[in-house]
Design a protein around this ligand. Sequence first.
Ligand SMILES: [Zn+2]
Length: 501
Amino acid sequence: MKIKFCGAARNVTGSNHLLEISGKKILLDCGLFQGGGRAKAALLNQELLYDPKDVDYLLLSHAHIDHAGRIPMLVKKGFRGKVFCTKATKELANVLLQDSAHIQMQDAFYINKKFKGDKVEPLYKDVDVKKAMELFYTHEYTQKFKLDEGIWVTFYDAGHVLGSSIIVIDYREDGEYQRLTFTGDLGQKYVPIVNDPYQVKESDILITESTYASHLHDSFSGVHDDLAMIINDLVARKGKIIVPGFSFERTQEFVYVLHELINQKRIPQIPIFVDSPLSTEISKVFDKFKEYYDEETFRTFVDKKQSPFYFEGIKYIKNVEHSKKLNQFDGSCIIISASGMCEAGRIKHHLKNHMSDPNNLILVIGFMAKGTRGRQIVEGKREIKIFGQRYPLKADVVIMNSFSAHADKLELLDYVKNIQNLKNVFVVHGEETECAVMRDNIYNVLKFKGRVDVPHQGEEYEVKGGETRSKLGLRRKKDYQELEELERRNDKKQIAKYKQI
Ligand SMILES: [Zn+2]
């Protein structure tokens, strides 16, 4: 079997790995590169490291854009195979890809208007999304299905977002049976709505994410107490809470906890506005796929004939005029609005209108990447630029990092530790330093006797009966560490020698 790492290699976005098993080409995810500079992301997104016409199947771990966002482009460039995922992922992908197509089209329009020269084409349009969705097929968790001769696939709940999967591929090659497990994004335990990640118990090869390989999250158990205190305090001083919300999963989890606190009468029933067309659509999908909820969600809401997301006092706003009316709203309320990192969307208006009032509070419940407006808020900047003007930030800022949708350092290590028979581990989906920490911890903390690789973008490996050979010819941990040292020193001559092996 061959594996070529075509995205999320020493990077968190653009998840895309190409497998070749018995002559069949199978993609794991086909996500969009995001961040790290618009131009760089645009370049990476345009370039596929294989011919889409040659790909037979695509296995999709979940609907996040950094995992699914290039599927319409793949189809536009000639992919005619089948896409497999869970039912919830299919429906969520449809909503998110339509949204992504609109962003691509708006971006191209803006660039063409602003800059003269060659016209920029959007990566894909809504018609391409439609064509792509026709290739989607669904399977449920734990239901093993035959992908092709000698290749079987099973999805297990990754507990990351609704419908997310760990993908297990059992295959027969040259008379030998092997198992490859791809974690996709692994969820954090004990968060609401989704189940805890399913523990795969045995596998020969593992491709694992490493987003938070060096971080520990705050426990989710304190979220209710903290939120109740914050909200009651705000109501007492008649303030408003502005929440930059990530539309998919984080917003629904936050609404879930608010609903629980209202039911428990720990907070008053103040108006809650979810001001985002995308969150509104996604919440509908969440409400539809109850079979994906964990037991706790059933006990807390479904068994009592309640929906976690729809209750008295909550309003989902799609219409722009209704959104504008929120500016005149008098009294305490909670406004959840996108985008999560405060770079685009209606949150900018809400920040502009409310952040200069010391009675208000900005509640950060998600990761704010470097260079974003959200990061400035987190870093305590007292002046924020919005729509070209500077506004004083006098509102309180509270950061809650328990809402993470990713496993942390200990959960990731624990996951690897509990897989028997592992021979090869590939660490992906993490910044370079996180990948390195994950690799070192697998060797040093878990005392792993197999081989751990941190692939580069475009690097290809061949795995045969537990033996791995990279195109770089790196067969041992020592060699790998030497190469990294050479790369650190930028010793091009010696690196070239390695590549000739
Ligand atoms: Zn994800």
